[in-house]
Design a protein around this ligand. Structure first.
Ligand SMILES: Nc1ncnc2c1ncn2[C@@H]1O[C@H](COP(=O)(O)OP(=O)(O)O)[C@@H](O)[C@H]1O
Ligand SMILES: [Mg+2]
Length: 231
């Protein structure tokens, strides 16, 4: 579904990604891991076209999207939940979802209900301004907002970061359900145990390079993996 080949990405003269290659087959949940600053967010931004690719290619569903603008990637079926659960703080929960729906012209009418079924807590908060939600509720809204565009693949950047444990469980359950329903997922996650519970496969970045990848099973008992992830 997603194929990234030999990707180089830089901020001005500072190169951050070096020849990154990874694949996410249809229906897979791939976990992208690595310490702070290794380039995980940069990679997701490049896949979404928020950052330009210097070298390499990105294929989505067989199409070369390396130079496509972000809105075309969204239309092609890529959904993105950026790090830091960004929402529109002045808009209500319902308005946040509506804005996202308008960006995706062809969704089915039931999409909104399905997104809310995943996060029932949001139903009681539809009229509340997003800026007044807790961090965990904002994260749920950010995921729901990506879902109402009807993605076939979802990129999630540290959805559990800084969120209280009870809500982390709800988010984990939601990701599990989305994966079970057939959505392809690329998840950036620092919390190894959660990643081990959810992922089919792993890619570990260090200093902008892929240093390890494989099935979840192959990495489960690998001590060197813990070293690559230690802060
Ligand atoms: N806008 C930016 N301009 C310049 N350098 C940046 C920018 N954003 C991130 N970086 C640098 O790129 C590297 C990778 O950052 P990032 O992709 O955010 O890492 P991660 O998500 O793995 O923590 C870091 O060294 C970071 O300082
Ligand atoms: Mg990051």
């Amino acid at each position: 579904m997603l194929e990234v080949n030999n990707l180089n990405v830089a901020y001005g003269r500072a190169q951050v990604l070096f020849g990154v290659t990874l694949q996410a087959p249809p229906g897979s949940l791939v976990c992208l891991m690595g310490r702070n600053g290794v380039g995980k967010t940069t990679l997701l931004k490049a896949v979404m076209g928020v950052l330009p690719t210097r070298e390499g290619t990105i294929f989505f569903d067989g199409d070369d999207i390396t130079r496509a603008p972000t809105h075309e990637r969204v239309r092609a079926g890529l959904g993105y939940v950026p790090q830091g659960h960004e929402t529109f703080p002045q808009l209500t929960v319902a308005e946040n979802l509506q804005v996202a729906r308008e960006a995706a012209p062809r969704q089915r009418p039931e999409t909104l209900n399905e997104a809310l079924d995943l996060f029932p807590a949001l139903r009681g908060l539809l009229k509340r301004r997003a800026g007044f939600l807790s961090g965990g509720q904002q994260q749920q809204l950010a995921i729901a907002r990506a879902l109402v565009t009807e993605p076939r693949m979802l990129l999630l950047d540290e959805p559990t970061e800084g969120i209280q444990p009870s809500t982390v469980q709800e988010i984990e359950q939601a990701i599990r359900q989305l994966h079970a329903s057939g959505l392809t997922v690329l998840l950036v996650e620092q919390y190894l145990e959660l990643a081990l519970r959810l992922a089919d496969a792993f890619v570990i970045l260090d200093a902008g390079e892929v240093v390890r990848s494989g099935s979840a099973a192959s990495l489960r008992d690998d001590e060197s993996v813990r070293r690559l992830l230690a802060v």
